[in-house]
Design a protein around this ligand. Structure first.
Ligand code: GLN
Ligand code: ZN
Length: 765
C-alpha cells in the first residue's frame, strides 16, 4: 500500500511561540528547563497534527532550537575550540556558536550564516578545525525519537547526510575533504548503530547537495562513503532524501546505492520525471514522490499530481510508491486557520503546512484507482482552481497585453552607456569620487512608533505625513551639512523595501500570521503574488519630490527592483516567473517616469536580492533566470531621458561569475557590498573591463563600529589603484536602516572627510 510521509515540519510555532520562548531564554527571563518544556509541547503539537492528518511516516529531529546544520555539527562534536573554552553548559555552547558570546572579558563571535540553497532560510556554517575530533556529542536525535515513541508514534528520525554536511562546512584545517569524509563516516556509522539500538523503522538522510552540480569525483566519493556507512544492512529502512531540484548527476548511479528509498522533489525538480522515464527506477527501492510543494503556499493541483502519480506507476509498483512533500514544510507558514482578514475567495486557494498534510493524504487516497473523478475532494479542488482562475485579479487583459506586446526596444535605453555618461558628466558636474548613501537612514523607535500610531488610528494620515516630512527635511539638512553630493530622502515611510511596494501595487496579498523562519529566532512574512500586478497610483513621488524641494543638490528617487520584489515574495504558480517579473518591471517603470517628470534626475532601483535565486546548477543560470531577470530590470528604466541617471544597488560582493550580466543591466551607476571582501573583486572588475560606474562600499554598515577617516582614505586609495577613478563613487556598503544615528553621523562625516582628502592630492583635479 502507498504510504505517506513529509520531509520536515515548521517549528517556529503557529504564534511564533518558539521564537518568543527562546528569546525569553536569551534574556534570562526563563531558564533552560522552561525552554525545553515549551519545545517539547510544540513537538507534541506538530506530531499530533501529522498523526491526525494520517501521515504514516512522521519525521522527528526536524525540530531545532536554532538550525539543523548547527545541530548536526553539535552532534558530531564539531565545536571550535574558542566555544569550548567558554566552558558553558551544552546548551550555552550551542547558542554561543549560533549567536556569539559576550560577557566580562569573554568575547567570541558567532559562526557565520549562509543561505540554505536557494531558499531564504539561513544555516550556521560548521567549522572543522585542525584538532576537531569527530565523535558523538549529543543525544537529541535519539531522545526525540523516544519522546515520540512515548506518544505512540514510531517516527522517522531526520539527519543531514555526511556529504551535504561536509560540502557546506568550513574546513579550517589542512585535512582534505576526503580525509574528513573518511573520519566522519566512522561517526555516522556509530550514529546509525545507535538508531538501530533504539529500534527505529526508518531513517531519513538529507542530501540536498545532490541537486547541485557534482563532479565525477564527487559521485564516486558519495557512492563509496555510503557503501561504507550502509555496509551493515541495518534493520531499519534508509531514505536518501533530496530536495530543491533534480538529481541529474547521481540518478544513473542510484541503483548502485544501498538506500532502501529515494525522496525526489517533483515540484522544483521537474527534470526528475524525465530521469525516471529515461533510466527507469531501481526495482529494489521505494520512491518517495515529493509532489506537494513545500516551498510555496498554493493548494495542490490534484489533477496534475494524479497525472504524475499515474506516470510513476509505470515505473514502480504501487507499494513502492510513497507520497510526500517536495522538501521540508519549514519554508511555509504553519496554518491558514489564523488568517481571518483575508477573504474566503482567496483563502480557499492557499495551503500552508497544516493544510499540506491533508493534501498529502488526499493524494494517496485519490490516486488509488480511477474513481477519483467522482470524489468530492477532487471536484472541490478542481472547482477552487477554476474559481481562482476566473478571479479577475488573476487575469488582467490590459496587463497581459502590455507584456505580450513588449518589443526589443522596450528593454534598451535610447542612448548607449558612453553617450549617456558624457551627457550626465556635463549635466551633474560632480567632483571626482562623488559621495552618496544607499537610501535608508536609521529607522528610530520614534518612527516605528509613528507608524504604529497610524495603524491603530491614533493619528491621522495627515499627521503621519507631516511627521515623516519633518524627518525628511531634517535628514536632507544633515546631508547638506556634512556635504554629501547626492542625497536621499531616508526611506522613513517604508517598513520594508518589498512590503512597501507590495502594499501599494495591485495583485499582492498579505497575511497576518504567515511567518516563515529565516534564521534562528527570526521569521519573515513574505507577501504573496496573487494576481496580475499593476501600479494604481504613484507610490513614491510625493516623498521624493518633497525631499528634492528642500535642496539644490540632487536627491535620488528610491525604488525596489522587480527581481527583488519577486524573490522576496511567494510567487504565483499559474504564471511563469518571467511574466511576473515583467509585470512588476512595467509597474516600477511607470513610477520611474513619474519621478522623472517630477524633476528627479537620479533614480536608484535596488536589486538587493538578484543573486539569491540564481539556479543551483550553472547550466540553468541563463535560460531559467538571468535571461529574463536582467531584462526585467532594464524594462524599469528603458524610457528615461539621456540625462536621467539610473543607479542600482546589490547586497553582495560575490558576483564575479555574473559580472557580464550585471554590466548588462545597463544602469549608469551601481553600488555593492564590497567593504568586507578583499580587493580581489576590484582586480576582477578591472580585468573584465567592468563598464558601469561603481561604488564598492567603503565601510561595513552591518556593525556599529565607526570607521576612521584614515582607514577609509586607505581603502579609497586601494580602489583608485585598481579602478578608473572617473568611474568611482564613495558610499557605505548598504542601507543604514538598521543602524543608529549615533554611529551613522560620525561614520558618514569620516567618509566625506576621507574623500575630500583624497581629492585634494589626486592629480588632474
Ligand atoms: N535602498 C535600500 C536601503 O537603503 C537598500 C536596502 C538593501 O540593500 N538591503 O535600505
Ligand atoms: Zn544592500
Amino acid at each position: 500500500m502507498t504510504k505517506t510521509t513529509i520531509v520536515g515540519y515548521p517549528r517556529i510555532g503557529v504564534n511564533r511561540e518558539l521564537k518568543f520562548t527562546t528569546e525569553a531564554y536569551f534574556k534570562n527571563e526563563i531558564d533552560a528547563k522552561e525552554l525545553s518544556a515549551k519545545a517539547k509541547e510544540l513537538r507534541q503539537e506538530y506530531w499530533n497534527k501529522q498523526r491526525e492528518a494520517r501521515i504514516d511516516i512522521i519525521p522527528s529531529n526536524d525540530f531545532s532550537y536554532y538550525d539543523n546544520l548547527l545541530d548536526t555539527a553539535f552532534l558530531l562534536n564539531i565545536i571550535p575550540e574558542r566555544y569550548k573554552k567558554l566552558r558553558l553548559s551544552p546548551l550555552g555552547t550551542y547558542f554561543a556558536m549560533a549567536r556569539g558570546y559576550q560577557k566580562g572579558d569573554k568575547d567570541v563571535k558567532a559562526l557565520p550564516m549562509k543561505k540554505w540553497f536557494n531558499t531564504n532560510y539561513h544555516y550556521i556554517v560548521p567549522e572543522i578545525e585542525k584538532d576537531t575530533e569527530f565523535s558523538i556529542n549529543d543525544t537529541k536525535p535519539f531522545d526525540l525519537y523516544r519522546e515520540a515513541k512515548a506518544l505512540g508514534i514510531d517516527t522517522k528520525p531526520v539527519i543531514i547526510g555526511i556529504f551535504t554536511f561536509l560540502k557546506l562546512a568550513h574546513l579550517n584545517t589542512d585535512k582534505t575533504f576526503e580525509k574528513c569524509l573518511e573520519e566522519l563516516s566512522q561517526v555516522y556509522i556509530e550514529v546509525l548503530d545507535k538508531f538501530e539500538a533504539e529500534g527505529i523503522s526508518y531513517l531519513q538522510i538529507d542530501e540536498p547537495i545532490l541537486v547541485t552540480d557534482l563532479s565525477e569525483s564527487d559521485i564516486n566519493l558519495f557512492k563509496d562513503v555510503y557503501n561504507k556507512i550502509l555496509a551493515k544492512n541495518y534493520k531499519f529502512k534508509t531514505i536518501l532524501q533530496t530536495y530543491f531540484g533534480d538529481v541529474r548527476d547521481i540518478y544513473p548511479h542510484l541503483k548502485d546505492l544501498k538506500f532502501d528509498a529515494v525522496g525526489l522533489d517533483l515540484a522544483e525538480g521537474k527534470k526528475n520525471i524525465e530521469l525516471i522515464e529515461k533510466y527507469g527506477f531501481p526495482k529494489d527501492k521505494v520512491i518517495i514522490a515529493g509532489i506537494v510543494n513545500g516551498k510555496n503556499i498554493w493548494i495542490n493541483n490534484y489533477k496534475k499530481s494524479i497525472d504524475i502519480i499515474k506516470k510513476l506507476k509505470k515505473y514502480v509498483d504501487e507499494d513502492r510508491l510513497y507520497i510526500g512533500t517536495s522538501c521540508s514544510l519549514l519554508h511555509v507558514p504553519h496554518t491558514i486557520a489564523k488568517e481571518d482578514k483575508i477573504s474566503k475567495d482567496y483563502i480557499e486557494s492557499l495551503a500552508f503546512a497544516e493544510q499540506k498534510l491533508v493534501e498529502v493524504n488526499d493524494l494517496r487516497e485519490l490516486s488509488k484507482d480511477d474513481k477519483y473523478v467522482e470524489n468530492n475532494k477532487y471536484t472541490e479542488n478542481t472547482n477552487i482552481l477554476e474559481r481562482k482562475n476566473s478571479n479577475s485579479i488573476c487575469f488582467n487583459k490590459d496587463i497581459r497585453s502590455k507584456v505580450e506586446n513588449l518589443k526589443d526596444e522596450d528593454f534598451v535605453r535610447a542612448e548607449d552607456f558612453d553617450e549617456r555618461r558624457k551627457t550626465q558628466k556635463e549635466y551633474f558636474n560632480f567632483p571626482i569620487l562623488p559621495t552618496t548613501t544607499i537610501g535608508s537612514f536609521p529607522q528610530t523607535k520614534e518612527i516605528k512608533k509613528l507608524r504604529q500610531s497610524l495603524r491603530k488610528g491614533e493619528i491621522s494620515e495627515n499627521q503621519y505625513e507631516d511627521e515623516i516630512k519633518e524627518k525628511i527635511k531634517d535628514i536632507i539638512k544633515f546631508q547638506e551639512e556634512i556635504d554629501l553630493d547626492v542625497l536621499v530622502h531616508g526611506e522613513y515611510e517604508r517598513t520594508d523595501m518589498v512590503e512597501y511596494f507590495g502594499r501599494l501595487l495591485h495583485g499582492f496579498l498579505f497575511t497576518q500570521n504567515g511567518w516563515v523562519q529565516s534564521y534562528g529566532t527570526r521569521a519573515v512574512k513574505p507577501p504573496i503574488v496573487y494576481g496580475d500586478i499593476k501600479r494604481e497610483n504613484p507610490m513614491t513621488v510625493k516623498w521624493i519630490k518633497y525631499a528634492q524641494d528642500q535642496t539644490d543638490r540632487p536627491v535620488k528617487g528610491m525604488l525596489t527592483g522587480p527581481i527583488t520584489i519577486l524573490n522576496w515574495s511567494f510567487p504565483r504558480e499559474d504564471l511563469e516567473l518571467k511574466q511576473i517579473a515583467y509585470q512588476i518591471g512595467l509597474a516600477i517603470g511607470e513610477e520611474v517616469l513619474d519621478l522623472e517628470a517630477a524633476g528627479i534626475k537620479i533614480i536608484q532601483i535596488d536589486e538587493a536580492a538578484l543573486r539569491e535565486k540564481l539556479p543551483l546548477r550553472k547550466e540553468d543560470w541563463r535560460e531559467e533566470y538571468l535571461d529574463w531577470a536582467i531584462p526585467a530590470f532594464r524594462l524599469t528604466n528603458s524610457k528615461v531621458k539621456i540625462d536621467t541617471q539610473i543607479h542600482t544597488h546589490m547586497c553582495y560582493s560575490e558576483f564575479s561569475d555574473i559580472i557580464k550580466e550585471i554590466d548588462d543591466m545597463d544602469a549608469d551607476v551601481i553600488s555593492i557590498e564590497a567593504a568586507r571582501s578583499d580587493s580581489s573583486l576590484l582586480d576582477f572588475l578591472h580585468e573584465n573591463n567592468f563598464k558601469l560606474e561603481i561604488g564598492p562600499g567603503v565601510y561595513d554598515i552591518h556593525s556599529p563600529r565607526v570607521p576612521t577617516e584614515e582607514e577609509i582614505e586607505e581603502l579609497i586609495k586601494t580602489m583608485i589603484g585598481k579602478l578608473d577613478i572617473k568611474k568611482l563613487w564613495i558610499n557605505p556598503d548598504c542601507g543604514l536602516k538598521t543602524r543608529g544615528m549615533k554611529e551613522t553621523k560620525p561614520s558618514l562625516i569620516n567618509m566625506v572627510k576621507a574623500t575630500k582628502k583624497v581629492r585634494s592630492y589626486t592629480p588632474g583635479v
